[in-house]
Design a protein around this ligand. Sequence first.
Ligand code: IVH
Length: 710
Amino acid sequence: MGLGRRFTRLPRKDVQQPPNLNKVNTMNPSAADLQQRLRELRDRLHHYNHCYHLLDAPAITDGEYDRLFAELLALERQFPDWITPDSPSQRVGAKPVGRFAEVQHGTPMLSLDNLFQDADLDDFDRRVREGLSRDEAIDYVAEPKLDGVAVSLLYRQGLLQRAATRGDGLVGEEVTAQLRTIAVVPLQLAGAGTIPDLLEVRGEVYMPLAGFARWNQAARERGEKPFTNPRNAAAGSLRQLDAKMTAERPLHFFCHGLGQWEGGTRPETHAAILQQLQAWRLPVCDLWEQVVGAAGCLDYYQRMAARRADLPFEIDGVVYKVNRLVERERLGFVARSPRWAAAHKFPPREESTVLLGVDFQVGRTGVLTPVARLQPVQVGGVTVSNATLHNFQELALKDVRVGDTVMVRRAGDVIPEVVGVVPDKRPADAVAIALPTHCPACGAAVVQVPEMVAVRCTGGRACFAQRKEGIKHFVSRRAMDIEGMGDRLVDLLVREGLVTDWADIFALAEQRQRLCALDRLGEKSVDNLLLAIEAAKQRYLGPFLFALGIRDVGESIAHNLARHFGTLEQVMAADREALEGVAEVGSVVAERVRDFFQDAHNRVLLDRLRQVSGTHWEHVPPGEPAQTAQPLAGKTVVLTGTLHHMTRQEAKARLEGLGAKVSGSVSERTFLVVVGESPGSKRQRAEALGVRIMTEAELLRLLETKMLLD
Ligand code: IVH
């Protein structure tokens, strides 16, 4: 990941100053000052590199590393005579630790120059045009910059022979056994196009965000320290000497280029290479595009930045590459990176700040979550002043104390989290965090739930905080999706006594006057809110079941229950055996569901809810073909882009209800592609293949009318 190193621990004892303290900031620094600063930068960067690449031990942020590296490069550009052969700018990474066999790369695995601002992009493009003595706009390929671990795969006669990490760019570590465990990595190439005698493919091993979240959740439940970020997760998983361990990790791989190539005809452009690799069934991220000039690059950058939060994997920027290989050859390399490519970075998602205190938040199941109060810090363009510390076990494992400098990470929609402490910045008076003995909301005693690494309030329904959190969940986007009813409004409605349970939400229409009198609400927003509540009556059974907040019933299980039973009444009446017949439902979940619906209090609440709302949330597209119109029976449908009126999961369930098979990729066999906002290259592919395209509005109409498509 080039400059985008994460953080490291234990800065060298001989370099104790925080990076910026000695920064040369006088108007006229002396030569000695500048040389001293250069030495210091080199030392620090070497050390951070070593920790990052070899020890997988994080402590300084990407942003800090990048800033130091940029400072080094700027000084070296100004004073090229002072560049030493051992400068981090003159090599790519650090030597392997020797636990794995060493691999000499046939052609060096280089790094990329980083562009941080739009002006840097113009400079890059200008240098490329100057290098090629061309005035016209350059053809580039733009790709996402995947935040993972660089690897090289060597295929001889189409057979995967060897996989290696980048290491220092010249010598890496052999990880063939580990790579073989990644399902998307072909062991044998196949498909269209003559396969060369020797083919070296380069790409990135990464951990998709969903797998990362799942892995960390499980680690937390086991009381183990979770990974700090997906990049570390991928690196740590790949560095397992026992490949069986690697096999258990949810790793993925995308290729983004070539190393060696012998025999056969090499394509003439990067775009053709990517197409060829894909044709050989190597995984290529389909977000790449051919763009023209700096303007085309910038447009791609902006579109990717907008989509970053919705992507299923972490990207830390985009990469621009000159498309024509002959032009690349003419441009050549500088010490550590090619002149024909550059990485345009997004704002870092990790920063460090000071922990001011810890509050305890009560969740809807009574579990207390420690939440860090932070000195406000900008992370990925958003000010963060609170971040979750997840649970008490993790707090203890990470040894977080008030006064510590902590690393904060914010990725997409995920709540900001504290991922670790910078031990060297701990002040002498840092205060350990004491376990609470009583619920901060209702004062009831708390109990420790050993198997869950959790501390739970014993107040139950009497706990105001638990009830309030339950309502927040009920109205949330993936549940009843009541637009305009955010956390703050729920706080207000509960505080004003307007809402104490689910049914009250649907009774709000009768409280219009009182709502309008509330401080924060104008008449228009009250009317919009009431409309959104009315619309929630049309939600399907799956989201409704999810909204109820039954323990261990996530979105996916809720949808499965809905699909299986079709009506709320049938779910309520189902016995354990029937429940265990539902996909993903084991004995624990079956018992939870049964307990929930057997609970007398819940039954009263549900009765009242159905009475007040006048709805049963009955309808869900049943699974049996005979029961409903099946306009998409046996047809393959692909979803792409962001949908606004339903979640992906819901769209999938509803399409399946019409008989469709929902797939992730567009091929000749695809019947229909539904495009939401900012669709990716799947739309282009659909257009190229002449596959029918439908907007979200058209999909809604189809779901509503179930009309047959020709
Ligand atoms: S091309 C000489 N393309 O970023 C160019 N690299 O700093 C070689 N990376 O080690 C890299 N996504 O592991 C390229 N689409 C992409 C990439 C990508 C992530 C990583 C790669 C490399 C580092 C370069």
